[in-house]
Design a protein around this ligand. Structure first.
Ligand code: TTP
Ligand code: MG
Length: 351
């Protein structure tokens, strides 16, 4: 492959984040979105156990409740998901010559150079997945091919935690349902099926004049994709890091006052992460024994890169917390980041 494009998509992202936050949710059906008592509203996502009952994204919550009344239902925690997304994207971007995040849980990576450092594309995928798992504790699925469209289709092919490498594009695509092509919505796919075009291979073989007459000229790009003639690359975005954070989940819940002993270790790692960067805002996060979570932050009126500032201010934030519960997780974050030109260039050349 001349150009190697990967599409990475996190597995049942919102549900996986909730399972990470509260591991007791694992292995049982979990539905994120509206709650059944809301009556209205839809499913944002469901974990794979709930999907076995037919529950899927955008389904009315009342229908989901009929199909799977025993599931746990949770409202989305957008701030937490954005934080996890940021961690996943940071982890992914180090492998990419060009990097393009396209939604909260998916990105395109041009890994042409990185793949040369690996013996096989399977090994490249393994390393990327391992890094994402290390940084987020979550799994993702990867599709790799010479084109963004094909890689997007491929990342969905073996979910969850799958890797699909496509070399012979035409024969990979031919047996897939027409709806698998990004850009073909429900309406178009129904119309194509009504003309007997059920599989991507059928579209590839369809008469061009017939297609234009019935679907307009824009279908021709999709026909070219169906024929395997597409090598669109990654639209590179500059990636400026917005925050850096480190957390510890304790093996056994600890007393609140014992948290102070971990600030030095956490802040050291945070400073390592941003290297020569500077920050203005320092935050701490605590999750208690009952899984309730709080965050507190403080903004300096100057830029700092010093570990001591993080320790001093997180200690002050800690001392103001008067909650009589044991602590399960402690996190330290710095945000409002800035990097000197050379460091930004280093980051940019990485991407
Ligand atoms: P997706 O990647 O489409 O779905 P997913 O990550 O939950 O599952 P998969 O393993 O199949 O990739 O979407 C990412 C997140 O976006 C998803 O976890 C929840 C949110 N989302 C909605 O809120 N509404 C929707 O209709 C969809 C499709 C997703
Ligand atoms: Mg996903």
């Amino acid at each position: 492959m001349e150009k190697v494009i990967a599409h990475v998509d996190m597995d049942c992202f919102f549900a996986a984040c909730e399972e990470k936050k509260d591991p007791s949710l694992k292995g049982k059906p979990l539905i994120i979105g509206a709650l059944p008592e809301d009556c209205r509203g839809v499913v944002s996502t469901a974990n794979y156990e709930a999907r076995k009952y037919g529950v899927h994204s955008a389904m009315p919550i009342s229908k989901a409740h009929q199909l799977c009344p025993s599931a746990k239902y949770k409202r989305p925690d957008s701030i937490y998901y954005k934080n996890m997304s940021e961690k996943a994207m940071n982890a992914l971007s180090i492998f990419a010559l060009a990097f393009e995040q396209v939604s909260i849980d998916e990105a395109y990576l041009d890994i042409t150079e990185f793949s040369k450092e690996c013996l096989t594309l399977q090994e490249a995928a393994r390393k990327i997945k391992k890094e994402v798992l290390k940084e987020t504790g979550l799994t993702c699925s990867i599709g790799i091919s010479c084109s963004r469209y094909i890689s997007k289709i491929a990342s969905d092919y073996r979910k969850p935690a799958g890797t699909t490498i496509v070399r012979d594009v035409k024969s990979f695509l031919a047996p897939l349902k027409i709806s698998k092509i990004p850009g073909i919505g429900k309406k178009s796919s129904r119309k194509l099926i009504s003309y007997g075009i059920k599989k991507i291979g059928d579209l590839a073989e369809s008469d061009t004049f017939f297609l234009i007459e019935n679907f307009g000229k824009s279908i021709l790009k999709l026909k070219e994709i169906a024929k395997g003639n597409n090598n669109d690359g990654v639209n590179h975005q500059e990636r400026k890091r917005k925050s850096a954070s480190r957390e510890i989940t304790f093996k056994e819940d600890i007393e609140l006052e014992s948290c102070r002993n971990y600030l030095s270790q956490l802040s050291y790692k945070v400073v390592e992460d941003i290297k020569k960067g500077t920050f203005k805002t320092i935050s701490i996060k605590m999750r208690f024994e009952d899984f309730s979570t709080i965050t507190r932050d403080f903004s300096l009126n100057y830029r700092s890169s010093r570990q001591k500032d993080i320790i001093d201010h997180s200690l002050q934030l800690l001392e103001k917390i008067k909650i009589d519960k044991k602590v399960r997780l402690l996190g330290v974050k710095v945000s409002n980041l800035d990097f000197p030109k050379s460091r930004q260039m280093e980051l940019d050349s990485y991407c």
